[in-house]
Ligand binder design. Structure first.
Ligand SMILES: NC(=O)C1=CN([C@@H]2O[C@H](COP(=O)(O)OP(=O)(O)OC[C@H]3O[C@@H](n4cnc5c(N)ncnc54)[C@H](OP(=O)(O)O)[C@@H]3O)[C@@H](O)[C@H]2O)C=CC1
Ligand SMILES: CC(=O)[C@@H](O)[C@H](O)COP(=O)(O)O
Ligand SMILES: [Mn+2]
Length: 411
């Protein structure tokens, strides 16, 4: 058999980082539909050992990774009781090991937040096919990350639905950062506006975490759900798109599309607009990236145009979504600002979910942290991590100064 066909037929081994999360579970679903094509090498969780055990029973990985020594002891016991013989690894070292192991072909990077940076980068540095869901790693380390992927011939495929859509709408010979040669005039980044698109502005300060996490179209983890509600998610995606496709800030327009059927569009100079559409189900971009450049079945219901409601489009209001403007400003300011904003936002979203601050204070805290940070150069991953840590400490201090309880009591 010619070598090229042999390599196409080889079963590809995949490490799923963040397997117990929303993207991780959807990935396992798609991979399980194609067991002749993909084999799970490793599954990782933070602390959800019960789900990890169930997934390991179904996928029979060679490795699992858990948060720390306590989880390690519990996992060892659970796995041996279940007669599962996979090796249990721990923490960042374990994550990096399964992301860069020689046997691994594909890494699904689906840990949430900055915790995903080093394992995702390790996959890129090891020249893997990297399926990138963890947008925060690009937001923090954009140029360094893209450079590492290029230097090591890693194949970076976007999982974020908008970026996967843009990737599908770009010409196959698109040259990084060169819109003009492909006759592209603009990238239209769509966003739903989240659960509070039509909520009176005066009610936003008292919305609850439960309401903020109830996304109208997508079933996602809590952090990204809150980000969708503040539109910080679209801000992070604006930054992610710039690094993934080499775009200038003015190349991107954010368009509200509350139905989440169009996942983003590319506008060409001749007036054509190419859109990627589908039901809002992450198994589509996951299947697309897993099999790229081929197509495989994903389990997603086909779009039924006879039942689709109207499509609508509008511009996001700054007063409703201050986090979106903050992220665009940070993107223009540079890598230090996007790293600081990402860290501040992780802390402020967590504080909101824990009832320490109100919904509208998320953006206030983020803005305050950016204002307290002076411009600095991030020319190494160590510098990125130091900047992330400093911004987290700064944000914690800002939150201590807020008195949310008195605001709640007064209302
Ligand atoms: N959900 C979606 O539809 C989309 C998600 N994304 C991006 O994908 C990523 C994952 O999102 P989502 O699946 O929704 O998130 P979830 O919160 O559902 O899942 C997060 C996963 O990461 C693990 N995890 C959390 N903290 C750590 C840590 N400190 N170290 C190691 N592992 C950790 C969790 O483990 P445990 O379960 O044990 O806590 C879980 O497996 C995010 O970056 C998000 O922005 C992008 C587009 C769409
Ligand atoms: C599924 C996905 O990619 C999410 O990032 C989604 O985009 C969230 O919806 P919003 O458009 O409301 O941010
Ligand atoms: Mn998205």
């Amino acid at each position: 058999m010619p070598a090229i066909l042999e390599s196409q037929n080889k079963v590809q081994k995949i490490s799923i980082l963040g397997a117990t999360g929303s993207i991780g579970q959807s990935t396992i679903d798609v991979v399980s539909r194609h067991s002749g094509q993909f084999k799970v090498f490793a599954l990782t969780a933070n602390r959800n050992l019960e789900l990890l055990l169930a997934q390991a029973k179904a996928c029979q990985p060679e490795y699992v990774v858990v948060a720390d020594e306590t989880c390690y002891k519990q996992a060892k016991q659970l796995f041996s009781q279940a007669n599962l013989h996979c090796e249990v690894l721990v923490g960042q070292e374990g994550l990096i090991q399964v992301a860069s192991a020689t046997d691994v072909d594909i890494v699904m990077a689906a840990i949430v937040g900055a915790a995903g940076l080093l394992p995702t980068l390790a996959a890129a540095k090891s020249g893997k096919k990297v399926l990138l869901a963890n947008k925060e790693s690009l937001v923090m380390s954009g140029d360094l990350f893209i450079q590492a992927a290029n230097d090591n011939n890693a194949q970076l495929l976007p999982i974020d639905s908008e970026h996967n859509a843009i990737f599908q709408c770009l010409p196959v010979d698109y040259k990084y950062g060169d819109l003009a040669s492909s006759g592209i005039s603009k990238i239209l980044l769509t966003g739903s506006g989240g659960p509070f698109l039509n909520t009176p502005l005066t009610d936003l300060s008292s919305v609850t975490p439960e309401q903020a996490c109830a996304h109208p179209n997508w079933d996602m983890g809590k952090k990204i759900s809150v980000d969708s509600a503040t539109m910080m998610n679209k801000g992070l995606e604006f930054i992610e798109a710039r690094y993934l496709f080499g775009l200038k800030a003015q190349d991107i327009e954010v368009v509200l599309h509350p139905q989440s059927i169009i996942h983003s569009m590319v506008q060409y100079v001749d007036g054509s607009v190419i859109a990627q559409m589908g039901n809002p189900d992450m198994r589509t971009p996951i299947a697309h990236a897993l099999a790229y450049p081929e197509r495989i079945e994903s389990g997603v219901k086909p779009l039924d145009f006879s039942t689709l409601a109207n499509f609508s489009f509008s511009q996001p209001e700054s007063a409703r979504f201050p986090n979106l403007d903050l992220a665009i400003q940070a993107s223009k300011a540079g890598q230090y600002a996007t790293t600081v904003l990402n860290a501040a936002n992780e802390i402020s979203v967590q504080a909101f979910l824990q009832g320490q601050i109100g919904f509208t204070q998320i953006a206030q805290v983020n803005q305050e942290c950016l204002q307290q940070t002076s411009s600095h150069v991030l020319d190494s991953i160590d510098a990125v991590i130091a900047s992330d840590q400093a911004a987290r400490a700064c944000t914690q201090n800002i939150i201590k100064g807020f008195n949310f309880q008195s605001i709640k009591d007064a209302s």
